[in-house]
Design a protein around this ligand. Structure first.
Ligand code: CU
Length: 639
């Protein structure tokens, strides 16, 4: 329970019911309409920033509605405080994310279709109960089936029993086009029979034995409890405070991240809102079976909708605080995803240290971080999103990629050009996972500018006689088009968000820098390709826009079957000024995945992410005041 209402309080079940009742009472609402999502309609930033504790809050809820057979999506905003419809907007020609109800119908429809059954019988499969059908977003390829319809492409796999690895035995060559809005199979194509891999790709504990027995228990003990305090969705930990939100598409959202600075004796904003706004997984095989695969796992499926209920001791370790999230079924019924966000503290090695060889002192401080995380299962893959807060002012996002790769069956001995062989008769297509983090930084307030910082070597000459000189070169990014930037690891490139009107004790403008912590790709598919147009955000690592409340997701609100061009490419074509204004950074990062044999049958976590690090935000190391560890058991000279 929260002590006083806040505009960013998470949605409640009662609020969902109230919103649905208001919509159902409107003459424009039709009874066969399906709710794609129901979520908090986040109040404008100015409302959040102006909110005073105890003040009344106008709660607005946003619903996206679609009707069977109709190629449009209707966004409705209602005020449940005022019992009123605020807006009712129909987006013609736009398709919402794939619907669970329709996807379930697709599975049933495909299984019962004679052409699909015939294709499976050609492969010796006649027990269709053992077949797993995965509907995929169909993309936008100018296929006639796409015209005026919401469709999916269904591919399938066979299992020996229900708990088998669902992806070990792909039914290669068979794709069913399903009309989600019309509820029928449009076409089954059979590209030819490929032998079924024999191995089952087992990974369950009772099937991979013997299990190693050389690891002793490792337990996290916090005898005095955790160091964080939670009030509703508001978190306070050491100098940090923030609010936890949860969105059907973005999943975990961080709001109003502030640093409580004892030196400055004030609460200093750093990050107004941070989330994963979109992601795309383009596959790099040109063939008809896999070349169309490019799932937008946020916009076409919904990372929040796919959020797991997390388990103590497995997903999270230590003294945990869980946050639940309220979502809504497609019939408009609220439901609670329990324990969808996990928060805990982790020891993180040393924070700083110096052993004074002359004075004899030896000072060491332990680093720890506050972890706020959630995990989405999108079909075969798992994505864990971990935000870390540190004692030295750093904020980090780490994405953990795990789960099962999307495989293809190959003829034994075949060496595919656009896939790696990972098991006998099994290969995995080269692909990328490209994420777009939307970072509304407010460094000491909303009015900020962005600089690109490159390490610049100086040519040898009279002023550089030894040829050793180098310096940082700072270039202010003044307009949206010049702010479409890429990483440059040789130049140690970073981007610094500064507040020119807020100075540190050295007279420098305070700042935070965005640091690419690993080499990070941009999209390899051609910009003119279907996925290149649709995921324009992935052409560059950095985009900067002036804050606009309706610019929420990097590929636009409706990426499903969209022809492309929406989101960041469209907004930034206006080339708005981004100097001394409320800037939003959009950072594309991820991995290019050439799949290893070690990624099969289930993939050990692969990491990607980025770091936000203070640069002159503080006058000195802000973690000088972290106390030495007092427990003799934790830190003592053992001689
Ligand atoms: Cu991958």
């Amino acid at each position: 329970m929260t002590s006083s209402p806040h505009p960013l309080d998470p949605l409640t079940t009662d609020e969902v019911r109230a919103a649905v009742a208001i919509i159902a009472g409107d003459a424009r609402h039709e009874t066969d309409a399906v709710f794609v999502h129901i979520r908090l309609h986040e109040p404008d930033k100015s409302v959040v920033l102006a909110h005073e504790p105890g003040a009344a809050v106008d709660r607005e809820i946003e619903a996206l509605i679609v009707r069977p057979g109709r190629n449009e999506a209707t966004e409705v905003v209602v005020s449940i405080t005022s019992d009123a419809i605020r807006s009712w907007t129909t987006h013609a020609g736009m398709r919402p994310a794939l619907l669970f109800g329709e996807s379930f119908a697709a599975i049933v429809g495909v299984k019962n279709h004679p052409d699909w059954q015939a294709a499976l019988r050609r492969r010796g499969i006649d027990d269709f109960e053992l077949v797993q059908i995965d509907p995929w977003p169909a993309g936008s390829f100018g296929v006639a089936h796409e015209d005026g319809r919401r469709i999916s492409r269904c591919i399938s796999y066979v299992r020996g029993e229900a708990t088998d690895n669902g992806y070990a035995q792909p039914i290669e060559g068979v794709i069913a086009f399903y009309d989600n809005s019309g509820g029928e199979v449009l076409e089954v194509i059979d590209l030819g029979v490929v032998p079924m891999p024999a191995e089952r790709g087992d990974y369950l504990a009772d099937r991979v034995g013997p299990l190693r027995d050389d690891l002793k228990p490792l337990e996290i003990v916090q005898p005095e409890g955790p160091s964080f305090a939670v009030d509703g969705n508001h978190v306070r930990w050491s100098r940090w405070s923030f609010r936890v939100g949860f969105d059907p598409y973005e999943g975990l959202v961080l709001h109003t991240v502030d640093y409580h600075d004892p030196d400055a004796d004030r609460v200093r904003p750093v990050l107004h809102r941070a989330s994963i706004s979109e992601m795309v997984v383009p596959y790099g095989d040109p063939g008809p079976m896999h070349g169309w695969k490019n799932a937008f796992d946020a916009g076409e499926w919904g990372l929040g909708r796919m959020g797991n209920s997390l388990n103590l001791g497995c997903d999270c370790l230590g003294v945990i605080h869980y946050f639940d999230a309220v979502l809504a079924t497609e019939q408009g019924e609220p439901y609670t995803v329990e324990r969808v966000v996990c928060m805990h503290e982790e020891d993180y090695g040393i924070l700083w240290k110096h052993h004074d060889l002359h004075g004899g002192t030896d000072e060491t401080r332990r680093s720890r971080r506050l972890v706020v995380s959630f995990i989405a299962t999108v079909g075969n893959y798992e994505y864990g999103f971990y935000w870390y807060f540190y004692l030295d002012g750093n904020i980090q996002l780490e994405v953990k990629l795990t789960g099962i790769v999307s495989p293809m069956a190959i003829t034994p001995g075949e060496q595919p050009e656009f896939a790696n062989v990972i098991a006998p008769g099994l290969a995995a297509v080269h692909h990328q996972h490209l994420f777009s983090a939307r970072l509304d930084l407010d460094v000491d307030g909303p009015t900020n500018s962005v600089y690109e910082i490159d390490a610049e070597p100086v040519p040898a000459g009279p002023d550089n006689p030894w040829g050793n000189a180098f310096r940082p070169r700072a270039t202010r990014l003044d307009h949206e088009l010049v702010a479409q930037r890429d990483t440059d690891s040789a130049a140690s490139r970073s981007w610094r968000v500064v507040n020119e009107s807020s100075r540190n004790a050295l007279g420098q403008p305070v700042g935070y820098k965005l640091v690419p912590t690993m080499s990070t790709p941009t999209m390899l598919a051609s910009p003119e390709s279907s996925v290149g147009r649709r995921a324009g955000f992935a052409r560059h690592n950095l985009w900067v826009t002036p804050y606009a409340p309706d610019e929420r997701r990097a590929a636009g609100e409706f990426p499903n079957q969209h022809e492309g061009g929406d989101g960041l490419p469209r907004w930034t074509s206006a080339d708005r000024s981004i100097v001394e204004t409320d800037v939003v950074l959009w950072y594309t990062f991820g991995v290019t995945h050439f799949v290893r044999p070690e990624d099969w049958p289930v993939m050990p976590v692969e990491y990607t992410g980025f770091l936000l690090s203070p640069f002159g935000f503080f006058d000195r190391n802000p973690a000088l005041d972290v106390a030495p560890t007092t427990s003799t058991e934790s830190c003592h000279a053992d001689s």
